[in-house]
Design a binder for this molecule. Structure first.
Ligand code: SF4
Length: 268
């Protein structure tokens, strides 16, 4: 893994994501290197090969100072941390950029949404508790660590993420679980087991999105599928490309939401 410190020109970016006004990405690149990640398009903007996603991370060392300046003139709105990187990937332990950014946001009390795959997020529960409006989310794609290792080879284990969610719930901070991307190899009864576990923990809500093919992620997905011995590659792609398949999944998820009496936001 190559870690490169850089000075960013801006840090508070306008966002086109529904319900979000700004995004902040303290890092460019992501050490988790998920095979389905389409944030790799940001490497194209840096004249880098998108297949190097997960091998290089740029650390925006001036991010907190930049934010201090930029937030002064910004209209209050929802900030997402982060949209194209994981704000709690392991180098955050050393750089503490996300923590220092949160301290800046806290002074202005902009409403904030966190999304991560890392249990390091629990380090900042003390800060989350001081926000008037914050929602902290953890991505959990499957309960099967073997599948996780195929598609999210360098991300923390599923068990450690569930444990992190438990701690966030226990702290009283508003929270959500993000089941995304929904992989076409995950059966509806597996999703049911996952959602039941999330319900048992007491998560406030569950958001689900489907697998999207963008920014050449099909190349790394194919490589991952080639390494796996039990996933039917043709079936995987047939379902991924089938609007009917996703429509059927949507209907199944709506039924599941009613059956389990849990609030599921399906965003596909
Ligand atoms: S954790 Fe998120 S940003 Fe990082 S590689 Fe995975 S999907 Fe991409």
């Amino acid at each position: 893994m190559i870690i490169r410190e850089i000075k960013a020109r801006t840090i508070l970016s306008r966002s086109g994501i529904y319900g979000v006004d700004y995004s902040i990405n303290p890092y460019s690149g992501c050490a988790h290197g998920c095979t389905y990640c389409y944030a790799r398009f940001t490497f194209i903007h840096r004249n880098l090969d998108p297949s190097d996603w997960g091998k290089i991370v740029f650390v925006k060392i001036n991010a907190p100072e930049l934010l201090r300046r930029e937030i002064r003139s910004a209209k209050k709105g929802y900030i997402l941390l982060s949209s194209v990187t994981d704000p709690y990937q392991y180098i955050e332990k050393k750089y503490e950029l996300t923590r220092r950014i949160l301290e800046v946001i806290l002074r202005k009390q902009f409403p904030t949404i966190i999304l991560t795959k890392s249990p390091l997020v629990t380090r900042d529960i003390d800060l989350f508790k001081k926000f008037k409006d914050i929602e902290v989310g953890v991505t959990i794609t499957t309960l099967n660590e073997e599948i996780k290792n195929i598609f999210e080879p360098n991300a923390p284990s599923i068990r450690s993420r569930i444990q992190a969610l438990k701690e966030i719930v226990r702290s009283g901070v508003r929270n959500y679980a993000f089941i995304a991307p929904l992989l076409p190899i995950i059966k509806i009864d597996e999703i049911e087991s996952l959602i039941m576990e999330l319900k048992e923990i007491g998560v406030d809500r569950v958001m689900i999105d489907k697998l999207n093919i963008k920014a050449k992620n099909w190349i790394t997905l194919n490589e991952a599928l080639d390494k796996s011995h039990y996933i039917d590659k043709r079936e995987f792609w047939r379902k991924t490309k089938s609007p009917e398949y996703w429509m059927k999944m949507r209907k199944e998820l709506i039924k599941l939401s009613r059956k389990l009496s849990i609030n599921i936001d399906i965003i596909f």
